[in-house]
Design a protein around this ligand. Structure first.
Ligand code: HEM
Length: 253
């Protein structure tokens, strides 16, 4: 009997089963591509945010640059909202296509756990870390991005430090930082292996090398992020009695 699909096949000459089977590969590509863009974004984000280590003036100047101050007098925080919205959309897309990899029932989880014990393979452990950090980021990443979309004017050496110290956001940032660095580092490593980017003539050796580089990068980014967070907390602590007051350019002693 003719159904809708076979009629479409007759009319278009295309095989609908073939069309269907391409979907998982497309979704897989979507996950890799969105993950890669987000990982690159985070690498820049942690470096830019580390500008606080160079002083309040450096962080203020960079914030204003992102607000388009060279072109718009005084800067336009709406630019940050738009950027945060674009990143948030990618974040949702990436998470949305990733949920299909979560164990969908307790039985499936048990099967996975047994499998993991049997294999005790380091890549299975990496997968476990990815699932856990990804789950954490669902919530914490959304809180952070929502704040950045709705209060873009509250970014700066004092505004950010007040939020981190006086508004008690530092525990959230600490957990988010560890999760995002581990997730991004492991994600990039898995992308390199999956698509064989640097396999060259000796894939085994080059994969081991990629793993080492990923470990070094994760450590460096964690140290940089922790140093920045500690600096924001110190500034926030010193500024606690003047909570809400904004940084005035050129006022740094
Ligand atoms: C366009 C989007 C984003 C903007 C404008 C932005 C901006 C900021 C700013 C200004 C801070 C300093 C603290 C504060 O003011 O509250 C910060 C910290 C942080 N952001 Fe973002 N962010 C964005 C996206 C993301 C995403 C997608 C993630 C990860 C899911 C992320 C993770 C973090 C972490 C972990 C910290 C704290 C790191 C540390 O203190 O060392 N951010 N972000």
């Amino acid at each position: 009997m003719l159904n809708r699909e076979s009629v479409t096949e007759l009319l278009t000459g295309k095989d609908s089963t073939k069309r269907k089977s391409r979907m998982p590969a497309r979704i897989d590509f979507l996950q890799s591509a969105s993950g890669l863009i987000l990982a690159i974004f985070i690498m820049f984000h942690i470096v830019f945010e580390g500008s606080i280590l160079l002083g309040k003036e450096a962080m203020y100047t960079l914030t204003k640059m992102f607000e388009g101050e060279p072109f718009i007098e005084g800067g336009e925080p709406l630019i940050i909202s738009v950027l945060a919205f674009i990143i948030f959309s990618l974040f949702v897309l990436h998470a949305g296509v990733a949920v299909r990899k979560f164990p969908s029932s307790y039985r499936e989880y048990q099967r996975y756990a047994e499998h993991k014990e049997l294999l005790n393979h380091s890549d299975t452990n990496l997968w476990n870390v990815q699932i856990t950090t990804g789950f954490i980021m669902f919530f914490l990443g959304s809180i952070h991005l929502y704040m950045m979309m709705t209060q873009p004017e509250n970014i700066g050496p004092y505004a950010s430090s007040d939020r981190i110290y006086s508004d008690l956001m530092w525990p959230m940032y600490l957990v988010l930082l560890i999760s995002v660095v581990l997730h991004g580092g492991i994600g990039l490593y898995r992308l390199i292996i999956k698509w064989g980017w640097f396999d060259g003539k000796d894939p085994k050796r080059n994969r081991q090398r990629s793993r080492k580089i990923a470990k070094v990068l994760v450590t460096l980014y964690l140290l940089l992020g922790l140093a920045s967070l500690a600096t924001y907390m110190k500034i926030g602590y010193e500024h606690r009695d003047a909570y809400g007051e904004r940084y005035v350019p050129g006022s740094e002693k």
